[in-house]
Design a protein around this ligand. Structure first.
Ligand code: AMP
Length: 217
């Protein structure tokens, strides 16, 4: 049976960093809705251009297009054994849609690690974040700087600051998270799937806690 993990947490909690590490260790696919929108924008698809108009403001992209994009992604062969979902679902309607699509794939949400951090920390982390152009590897100018400024250690591509990581948009993304995504914490808690992880710990400690929870499942 396939394994599906939903990483929950506010922007800047470390979902993307952990999703990449977990995907490597578990061999499950890493499915990041934000990365999929950014790829679409890079290719200038209709979906990419639509998504960008919401992303630039720190708003959520409408449920119908987001759900369709994830459904298409989950039907690809590399998701057959399961996936680590990073950034999806973000609304109750998306969570309901996910249940239905996973049932179609003979699976379900197995575990929902919820990574928490204080608002000051989120703003500080996102403000110093640099992302790799080629594959979305993530660095922080103070906490995890690349060996050479502006260059990804792993693939040598250029590092850039995401447009929506700029200060004005960050506060809105955090507000949107509290309004629209927080209900999912209770939803998954009630379903007995949630485990809370203190996102203020270092990256290695968080990974350890995640792998431990996965092994117990
Ligand atoms: P992220 O990379 O996860 O921080 O996502 C960046 C932006 O993409 C968000 O601020 C939203 O505009 C959009 N986005 C990503 N995932 C979703 C989702 N599940 N539902 C709606 N919008 C999303």
């Amino acid at each position: 049976m396939a394994t599906f993990i939903v990483l929950l947490g506010p922007p800047g909690a470390g979902k993307g960093t952990q999703a990449k590490i977990l995907a490597e260790k578990t061999k499950l696919a890493h499915v990041s809705s934000g990365d999929l929108f950014r790829e679409n924008f890079k290719k200038q698809t209709e979906l990419g251009r639509l998504a960008q108009s919401y992303m630039d403001k720190g708003e959520l992209v409408p449920d119908d297009v987001t759900i369709k994009m994830i459904k298409d992604r989950l039907t690809q062969p590399d998701c057959q054994a399961g996936a680590i979902l990073d950034g999806f679902p973000r609304t109750p309607a998306q969570a309901d849609a996910l249940e239905i699509m996973l049932a179609d794939f003979n699976g379900q949400v197995d575990l929902v690690p919820y990574i928490t951090a204080s608002e000051e920390t989120l703003v500080e982390r996102i403000g110093g974040r640099w992302t790799c152009r080629a594959q979305g590897h993530i660095y922080h100018q103070t906490f995890s700087p690349p060996k050479q400024a502006g260059v990804c250690d792993l693939d040598g591509s250029e590092l850039y600051q995401r447009e929506d990581d700029k200060a004005e948009t960050v506060r809105n993304r955090i507000r949107v998270y509290f309004e629209q995504t927080m209900p999912l914490v209770e939803y998954y808690r009630k379903a007995g799937k949630l485990i809370e992880i203190d996102g203020m710990q270092n990256v290695e400690k968080i990974t350890e806690r995640l792998l431990d929870a996965l092994n117990k499942k």
